[in-house]
Design a binder for this molecule. Structure first.
Ligand code: ADP
Length: 299
């Protein structure tokens, strides 16, 4: 089911413009919404999840008017919020069963089937009678996905789901999301570039409430081919390079400072042409260097 967002805007009472004419077309599969903290991702997620009002714009999920027909949307929506809390003293089975009742699955045997199935799908069946308070971060997030999948939703929204997970848990969580997205629309909001690189067939970069770039990750990486240059610099040299070149990122590598620069041609000064990756696309876009982004994102 396709999600179409057109010119969505939201300004908070304190004057912060959280969404500034956001337009996106989100097809079936996994879509990554990538942006730094404060970009407006959660505001967008909450608006799509019918939990918050926007000021203007339109959103359609298939034929459903998301901003108007909230009850219809809620029937086919699953949402894992950023701050998903669990009741620590209740077991995974009990809480999921409770959510299933709230979701309207009133028939007892049917509910048991659904709850067992979801616990199996999220690899929590073995621990279903343990209290949620004892769950690891990864287990809690998988439980969050289990509750988001109740009622067989067509659109699943997950807000910053991998923050705080250790590498093993992240891989496991990625696999779970990837399985789900085979036939559903999954919207994943994150500030972690590798989440999008690993999982998403389509993506957008958002900052300060504006969509800066969108497309298929592979294509976006292809578009910066030949434009990313790298070299090591000393700490003392760094400010000079930052002044003279379009530096998009600096990072420590084995104790030395590696800088990446965006330039259409060889910038000189000993830089080497390297194969850019999605991180380079991201930093080049956020720093305003990516010329394909400046052309204006038609999404
Ligand atoms: P993200 O999820 O990308 O971190 P948010 O949507 O949470 O971004 O926030 C976007 C901007 O809106 C930020 O500047 C944030 O401080 C501001 N903001 C978020 N919620 C509120 C609110 N309830 N009232 C005022 N400002 C808010």
């Amino acid at each position: 089911m396709e999600l179409r967002i057109r010119n969505l805007s939201k300004t908070y009472a304190n004057g912060v413009v959280a969404l500034d004419k956001v337009s996106l077309t989100i097809p079936t599969g996994m879509f990554g919404l990538l942006g730094p903290n404060g970009a407006g991702k959660s505001t967008l997620m909450r608006t799509l999840a019918t939990l918050q009002e926007c000021d203007s714009g339109s959103v359609f999920l298939g034929d459903i008017d998301v901003l108007d027909e909230k009850d219809e949307v809620r029937k086919i929506l699953g949402y894992l919020p950023q701050d998903f809390g669990v009741y620590p003293k209740v077991t995974a089975y009990e809480l999921l069963d409770h959510f299933a009742v709230l979701k309207g699955i009133s028939h007892r045997a049917r509910r048991r089937e659904v709850v067992d199935g979801l616990l199996q799908q999220t690899n929590l069946f073995e621990v279903r009678h343990q209290r949620l308070g004892g769950f690891s971060g990864g287990m809690k997030q998988r439980f969050g996905i289990a509750q988001a999948l109740l009622g067989d939703p067509q659109l699943i929204i997950v807000d910053e789901p991998t923050a705080g997970l250790d590498p093993m848990e992240r891989v496991r969580f990625h696999n779970l999301l990837s399985d789900i997205s085979a036939e559903k629309t999954v919207l994943l909001s994150t500030h972690i570039v590798s989440d999008v690189a690993d999982l998403c067939s389509n993506m957008a970069i958002i900052n300060k409430g504006k969509v800066l770039l969108c497309g298929e990750p592979q294509q976006l990486v292809f578009d910066i081919d030949g434009k990313i240059w790298a070299r090591f610099v000393s700490k003392q040299e760094l400010p000079i390079f930052q002044k003279n070149h379009a530096v998009i990122s600096t990072r420590l590598l084995a104790g030395r400072t590696l800088i990446h620069v965006y330039a259409d041609e060889d910038p000189g000064d000993g830089f080497e042409d390297i194969a850019g990756d999605l991180e380079d696309v991201y930093f080049a876009t956020i720093t305003g260097r990516n010329t394909s982004a400046l052309a204006g994102a038609v999404c």
